[in-house]
Write a protein that binds this ligand. Structure first.
Ligand SMILES: [Zn+2]
Length: 301
């Protein structure tokens, strides 16, 4: 058995898979947020509970938000108690077996490339567009992590000057410390920002989408600006990775108009004669984190 554990800021989910990636069990707990030792104990207890249920010692893969430095110490995690800690190593000490741990967006990418919407493509770029913007690049079913494991952080590419000028956009300080990241414009909060920038009013994504569907002049202006920026952002992904397919996940990928309009908007930012690859919605949705985490551990001892 393989345990895929998806650690989030509010919930920790464990999914038990057999060697054919068939789901056998799944449950979740609230993420302990006060004490790091409690956090490690809670995850260990889930693993021991799974061992007890299936009467074996399963393999363990973990996906969690944030990056890790070259010593495996957690950085900029949504789970602040884990900052500066080596979660994989501390768990290994508790449960006496190997623990493979990666960024949750890279786990999503691994899952979608292996039996998901990217099945059958040699290289796949999987992008989550939600409250943030991050993803992962998978070649021949393996994640490409790069030297510092940040390959896939497309949200922190920088918005070009021509688009800033075209839409009279101010510099937006990103949480990462850089001044002008695409994430500030293409994420859910980014849509809300563009809406208020153009209309002078505040609105939330579901209401903005409703307005788009009324085809009002003002709403269409917001949609065109957003799609232009998103197309530009993904044209960078193509220039950097040239993937055979792009898979979209996260809350914003559930808006059909965005998925359907993306290719045309990418193409307008590419050289003549080159174009966007097929673009699909993710197959596994929220289950992708745990599934990708399990795939990390599959076949590894
Ligand atoms: Zn940034």
């Amino acid at each position: 058995m393989i345990y895929g554990i998806d650690i989030g800021g509010t919930k920790i989910e464990i999914t038990v898979f057999d060697e054919n990636m068939q789901q056998k069990d799944n449950w979740r707990i609230n993420t302990p947020t006060d004490c790091y030792q409690e956090f490690i104990s809670a995850i260990s207890d889930m693993i021991f509970e799974a061992d007890g249920k299936f009467k074996l010692k399963g393999k363990v893969g973990i996906g969690m938000p944030g990056l890790s430095d070259q010593n495996g110490l957690s950085l900029s995690a949504n789970i602040s108690i884990a900052n500066g800690q080596n979660v994989a190593k501390d768990l290994e000490d508790r449960i006496h077996r190997k623990v493979l741990c990666e960024n949750d967006c890279r786990c999503f990418a691994l899952s979608e490339a292996n039996g998901g919407a990217g099945y059958g493509y040699k290289s796949v770029y999987c992008a989550i567009i939600g409250t943030g913007a991050a993803g992962g690049y998978v070649v021949n079913n393996e994640i490409v992590l790069g030297r510092q494991k940040i390959a896939g952080e497309y949200g922190h590419l920088q918005l070009p000057a021509d688009l800033k000028e075209k839409y009279d956009l101010p510099l937006r300080q990103c949480g990462c410390g850089l001044p002008n990241c695409y994430e500030s414009y293409v994420s859910g909060p980014g849509i809300e920002f563009i809406y208020s920038h153009i209309t002078g009013k505040n609105s939330k994504v579901p209401d903005i989408v409703k307005e788009w569907r009324t085809q009002s002049k003002e709403a269409l202006k917001v949609f065109d600006c957003y799609m232009d920026i998103l197309g530009s952002c993904f044209s960078n992904i193509i220039l950097n990775y040239d993937p055979h397919a792009i898979i979209l996940g996260g809350g914003i990928s559930l808006i059909d108009e965005i998925v359907e309009g993306l290719a045309v908007n990418i193409n307008s930012h590419l050289f003549k004669g080159f174009s966007a690859p097929p673009i699909y919605k993710a197959k596994f949705g929220d289950a992708s984190g745990a599934r990708g985490a399990a795939l990390l551990a599959m076949g590894k001892d």
